[in-house]
Design a protein around this ligand. Structure first.
Ligand code: ZN
Length: 321
């Protein structure tokens, strides 16, 4: 099996970004394989980044299993938690300062507001809640992410008025935002990004073609920092892709709408957008996206049943859309 050149010969930088919240399944295998192929074909580098921000669900045993499954498939990477590299650390749980810096920049530029709404408030404010149980997709960057349901209800705007009227925040004395209040720590609130209502976010996906979303209609003000003091998937992903110089993001099509949100974050932070390549999702025989519940399709169990990487990567599997 061909491998990545020991020294990249181009500026292409891709990434693999698994969440260690369960075992990888056949859908992940397809997406990660595509990410690896594209980096290899471009003569570029592939970075392993562990998206382990969720302290409750992330397990180091799942991370080890993911590395092992990916190596078994024949996928190799040049930088990562197991290899080190110029952008270390490669585990999101150890990159808090990067996310805090992004949070501060967004706050100082007036993009954020603290939200005090409880889940119950949000549920009752929504006239037609369509909160459905969102299956976890299998984006290269997914598998149990925080705040990443692509179809979360539109935020009703209850706390938008607190832009420019930030509360006195707890924490030590630090830089002051436009409000003149201390804004040293995001702790204690859900911090939301105020989306520009009606703004069209368009991008050309390298696999799926032109994409178009309308801010405020397809998605609303989204959380960038959670009340329990954990940065959101959207913020961490954007900050890391910029810091790690990622030139192309390969992940599952379940994250298309997240890409629209991340483009807004990139622009607010002054980052350049990477190129996007979203892979169609593998679905089960009922047409449902694969999720952690599909244990029978985990790479672990397929390996145990004697399947080879070729069996898994070449099998005819139904795809969404
Ligand atoms: Zn609110």
């Amino acid at each position: 099996m061909a491998s990545l050149a020991p020294t990249p010969t181009s500026n292409y930088r891709g990434r693999l970004a698994p969440s260690p919240t369960g075992h990888l399944h056949v859908g992940h295998a397809r997406t990660f394989w595509t990410a690896w192929q594209r980096a290899r074909d471009a003569g570029g580098a592939l970075i392993m980044r562990l998206e382990d921000l969720d302290p409750e669900r992330s397990k180091s045993a799942y991370a080890e299993a993911a590395y092992d499954d990916l190596r078994w498939l024949g996928i190799r990477w040049q930088e990562g938690p197991d290899k080190g590299g110029p952008c270390a650390p490669y585990m999101q749980s150890r990159r808090r300062s990067v996310y805090l810096a992004a949070w501060r920049t967004l706050l100082q530029r007036g993009f954020l507001f603290p939200c005090r709404c409880s889940r119950k408030d949000l549920a009752s404010a929504l006239s037609a809640p369509h909160e459905r149980a969102t299956a976890q997709g299998h984006g290269a960057a997914s598998g149990g992410k925080l705040d990443m349901e692509d179809d979360e209800p539109i935020y009703p705007g209850t706390c938008r008025g607190s832009i420019g009227n930030a509360p006195q925040l707890p924490g030590p004395t630090g830089p002051t935002g436009p409000t003149g209040h201390q804004t040293d720590t995001p702790e204690g609130f859900n911090w939301r990004f105020r989306v520009p209502d009606g703004e069209v976010v368009e991008f050309v996906d390298r696999n799926l073609g032109p994409q178009r979303f309308v801010a405020g209609q397809d998605f609303g003000d989204f959380v960038v920092w959670r009340r329990d003091d954990v940065p959101s998937y959207q913020l961490a992903c954007v900050a890391d892709d910029a810091a790690m110089g990622i030139s192309e993001v390969v992940r599952g099509a379940d994250l298309l709408k997240s890409t629209a949100r991340q483009i807004l974050l990139n622009h607010a932070l002054g980052y350049r957008d990477p190129a996007w390549f979203h892979c169609r999702l593998v679905v089960d025989h009922n047409g449902r996206r694969l999720a952690k519940r599909h244990d029978a399709l985990s790479l672990r169990s397929l390996r145990q049943r004697g399947l080879t990487p070729m069996n898994i990567l070449s099998a005819e599997l139904p795809e969404e859309g």
